[in-house]
Ligand binder design. Structure first.
Ligand SMILES: [Zn+2]
Length: 302
């Protein structure tokens, strides 16, 4: 079959969506970005955010796939154990949150292995799925990155987001889950509503604050079953985000940090209510559960 086309049997039940959380510490990432020399130090916010995330999922009766960042897991092992104990799937978000298109194949594999080892040590489970930081497997990396994932024993990738904001992105024939590499790997794209040349990433929580809920729901309906939703723990933080930069950070970097923080606080404000509205109309499942259903219907090599 053609790469990116959908096998006729590759369908999930109607009104099914895949739910994911990219499990990372927003504070670490923003501090690294603005050059804080002590960016790595963990703080209390991620515990509060994780608690809010797990509580919301419990209210919704939903299980999600958590794409766990290796360095975050090492800084907060108890949180990763709590997520696994609550019955959610633990998958892999790489180790250092370095963009795939800034790495060579060997660096990519090393990052994958470090993250996987951390996750396995903490949970006893070998992660089956992977999501690249910031959807950074672009056209130029697709071949080697997908081959590396399959060779390293991953069953699915969830790194495609057909957003106009991502230049050089992969634009598959299908916006729904589909096998790649002759079925050695499955691709689970983020839910994107395609309207002619327009692309609306209705599956991303950071888009929900700018997209009225009826539009999000209409986009998900038009897409069909199996679209991917993603959010981050910081999007559910009950308190305003504050980067808490080190005293050594200069004024310019502080200003950049403030601007990014203000944007994040704006972009995350409707995450919980939109997810509630989606959950009222859809069954939310983990990526692993979807992979089990789909791969049973479409054997490798087809
Ligand atoms: Zn991330």
């Amino acid at each position: 079959m053609l790469a990116g086309s959908v096998h006729p049997d590759a369908h999930l039940p109607e009104r099914t969506l895949l739910l994911s959380v990219d499990f990372e510490d927003w504070h670490q990432l923003i501090r690294r970005r603005v050059g804080d020399p002590r960016w790595e130090r963990p703080g209390p916010a991620l515990a509060r955010q994780t608690e809010a995330t797990l509580a919301l999922l419990e209210q919704l009766g939903a299980r999600a796939t958590f794409f766990v960042l290796g360095m975050t897991a090492r800084a907060h092992p108890q949180l990763v154990r709590a997520i696994a104990a609550a019955g959610h799937e633990i998958a892999c978000h790489g180790d250092q949150h370095r963009l795939v298109h800034t790495q060579d194949p060997e660096q990519f594999r090393a990052d994958l292995r470090t993250a996987r080892q951390t996750i396995q040590e903490l949970t006893g489970v070998r992660p089956a799925g992977y999501r690249a930081p910031a959807f950074s497997i672009l056209r130029a990396q697709a071949q080697w990155a997908h081959a590396a994932l399959a060779d390293e024993g991953f069953s699915y990738d969830a790194s495609q987001c057909d957003s106009l904001l991502i230049a050089e992105r992969i634009q598959p024939a299908s916006a729904l889950p589909h096998p790649i590499l002759q079925g050695r790997l499955w691709e689970f794209p983020v839910a994107v509503w395609r309207l002619g040349r327009l692309r609306l990433p209705v599956g991303g929580a950071s888009y929900w604050s700018f997209t009225p809920t009826p539009i999000v729901l209409a986009g998900l309906r038009a897409l069909g079953p199996g679209g991917g939703l993603y959010l981050h723990p910081h999007e559910l933080d009950p308190q305003p985000l504050r980067p808490l930069l080190d005293g050594q950070v200069g004024q310019g970097a502080r200003a950049r940090g403030r601007l990014r923080t203000a944007r994040r606080n704006l972009a995350r404000r409707r995450a919980a209510e939109t997810l509630r509205a989606i959950a009222a109309s859809y069954r939310l499942m983990t990526y692993g559960e979807a992979h089990a259903q789909l791969s049973a219907r479409v054997p490798a090599g087809t």
